[in-house]
Ligand binder design. Structure first.
Ligand SMILES: NC(=O)c1ccc[n+]([C@@H]2O[C@H](COP(=O)([O-])OP(=O)(O)OC[C@H]3O[C@@H](n4cnc5c(N)ncnc54)[C@H](O)[C@@H]3O)[C@@H](O)[C@H]2O)c1
Length: 382
C-alpha cells in the first residue's frame, strides 16, 4: 500500500482554502493541521474541514508532519520555508518563492542540501490546454519559435480605495504586479517554449501613488466588501502595471504586459506563441479552448477532450470532453505530482521546484533593474 503523507497548510486566506480543497482531492495525503496568524479563523476553517488547527510555529516543529504548504503573504515565504526545511519537512510554497534573489537562492540551496522535495506553486502550467501547447511544441508542430506575446490583466486594484497586503512592499516585496501575476506569465512562457528569457527591457507604473488603507486587515479579493470610511492615506511603492519586451533564447522575441488596473479583466492571462509552422493562443478565462493558427490552411479552435490531446498532455485532464476543468484543478495536478514524488523517492519531479522559483526571482530582479535604469538588461541563467 502507498505510504500516506501527513501535511499541513499555513495561511487561511484565499490560497489556504484553495490548497485545503485541492488536498482533499489528492491521493495518499492526510491534512494533519491548519495554521494561521488568526487562531479563531484557523479554528473555524479547521473545524469545517475536520482538521485540527495549530499555531504556525507548532506546525513547523511537529515531527509527525511530513510536509507543509506555505500560503501566507510573500514576505513570510522565506522564513517559513527555511524553518520547515531545517525541520526536515518537504515544502510546497506559494509563488513568488521569496522577495529577493538572495532569499530564493538560499531556499533552493537548502532544499538541495537537505534532499527534501520542494515545489513553488506555478500551478497555471497545469491547465490541460497549456500542457497541450507544450506537447505540440515538443512534437515540433509549431516549428521554430519566433514570437511570444500576451498579458496577465486584472482589475481588482483599479481604485485607490482598493487595498490588499500585496500593495505594501513590507508584506509583498519590492514588486507587486510583476511578482504576483507577471511571474506566472514568465514561468509559463519559459515552460511552454523551452527557451529562456535572455534579456529584457521593462517599464513599470504605479498609477496610485497613495491608496486608502483600511485600518483592519483585508484578505485577497475581499476589499470590495469594505466601506471606505475608516482608512489611512498610505504612500505606495509597488507597481500597478508593467510592460516588458524581451529576447527569448537567440532568435525569438516577445512582449507582455501585466496589470491590476485593467477595468473588466478579472484573471485575463493570455498567451500566444508563434512558430515557423503554426501559432497557438490560449486565454485563462476560457481555459478549455485552444486556438491553433496556420498560414496556408484554416485556423481552428480545439476543445479539451483527453482522447484528442497529445499523449504528453493527457494526464493533465481528468474529465471527459465537455466537462470543464479549471483553476482549482491545476492545484490538484501539482499536488498529485508533488506527493507522488514524496511517496516514491525514485520519481523525477514533474512540477515547478524552488530552482524555478529562483528563476522567476532573477527575471523579476532584472525587470526592477531595467525599469530603474530605463534600459535593456541581460538576464543570467540560473
Ligand atoms: N498560485 C496562485 O494562483 C496564487 C493565487 C493567489 C495567491 N497566491 C499566493 O498565495 C500567497 C497568499 O495569498 P492569498 O491571496 O491567499 O492572501 P490572503 O490575504 O487571502 O491570505 C493570506 C493568509 O496568510 C495569513 N498570514 C499572514 N501573515 C501570517 C503569518 N505570519 N503566519 C501565519 N499566517 C499569516 C493571513 O491571516 C491570511 O489568512 C501569496 O504568496 C500569493 O502570491 C498564489
Amino acid at each position: 500500500m502507498t505510504k500516506r503523507i501527513r501535511t499541513a497548510v499555513i495561511g487561511t486566506g484565499f490560497m489556504g482554502r484553495v490548497h485545503l480543497e485541492a488536498l482533499r482531492r489528492t491521493e495518499n495525503v492526510d491534512i494533519a493541521a491548519i495554521a494561521g496568524r488568526n487562531a479563531a479563523v484557523a479554528e473555524k476553517l479547521g473545524s469545517a474541514f475536520g482538521v485540527p488547527h495549530l499555531a504556525p510555529e507548532a506546525v513547523l516543529h511537529d515531527a509527525s508532519i511530513d510536509a507543509v504548504h506555505i500560503c501566507t503573504p510573500n514576505a513570510q515565504h522565506f522564513p517559513m520555508a527555511q524553518e520547515a526545511l531545517l525541520a526536515g519537512k518537504h515544502v510546497l510554497c506559494e509563488k513568488p518563492l521569496a522577495t529577493s534573489v538572495e532569499e530564493a537562492q538560499g531556499l533552493a540551496a537548502l532544499a538541495a542540501q537537505k534532499g527534501l522535495r520542494n515545489c513553488v506553486c506555478h500551478n497555471l502550467r497545469y491547465y490541460p490546454m497549456v500542457q497541450q501547447m507544450r506537447a505540440m511544441r515538443e512534437a515540433g508542430d509549431l516549428g521554430e519559435i519566433l514570437v511570444a506575446q500576451g498579458t496577465y490583466s486584472q482589475d481588482w486594484l483599479l481604485y485607490d480605495t482598493d487595498w490588499n497586503w500585496r500593495v505594501d512592499s513590507k508584506a509583498g516585496g519590492p514588486s507587486r504586479c510583476m511578482a504576483d501575476i507577471g511571474s506566472h506569465w514568465f514561468d509559463m512562457v519559459e515552460h511552454l517554449t523551452g527557451l529562456r528569457v535572455s534579456s529584457l527591457c521593462a517599464d513599470l507604473n504605479t498609477v496610485h501613488k497613495t491608496r486608502k488603507q483600511p485600518k483592519g486587515s483585508v484578505e485577497t479579493f475581499a476589499n470590495k466588501l469594505l466601506s471606505a470610511d475608516d482608512v489611512i492615506e498610505t504612500p505606495i511603492h509597488t507597481e500597478d502595471f508593467g510592460a516588458v519586451v524581451f529576447r527569448l533564447g537567440d532568435r525569438a522575441r516577445g512582449s507582455m504586459t501585466a496589470s491590476q488596473v485593467s477595468a473588466g479583466r478579472k484573471n485575463g492571462l493570455r498567451m500566444e506563441i508563434y512558430g515557423t509552422k503554426a501559432g497557438v493562443a490560449w486565454d485563462q478565462e476560457r481555459p478549455d479552448e485552444l486556438w491553433i493558427g496556420h498560414r496556408n490552411s484554416a485556423n481552428c479552435v480545439i476543445v479539451k477532450d483527453p482522447s484528442l490531446l497529445e499523449p504528453a498532455a493527457r494526464s493533465f485532464a481528468d474529465l471527459p470532453g465537455g466537462h470543464s476543468e479549471g483553476y482549482d484543478d491545476t492545484f490538484k495536478q501539482v499536488f498529485r505530482r508533488f506527493y507522488g514524488s514524496i511517496a516514491d523517492p525514485g520519481v523525477t519531479p514533474e512540477y515547478p521546484q524552488f530552482i524555478d522559483g529562483l528563476r522567476q526571482m532573477v527575471i523579476l530582479g532584472r525587470e526592477l533593474e531595467s525599469h530603474r535604469m530605463r534600459s535593456w538588461v541581460d538576464v543570467p541563467a540560473v
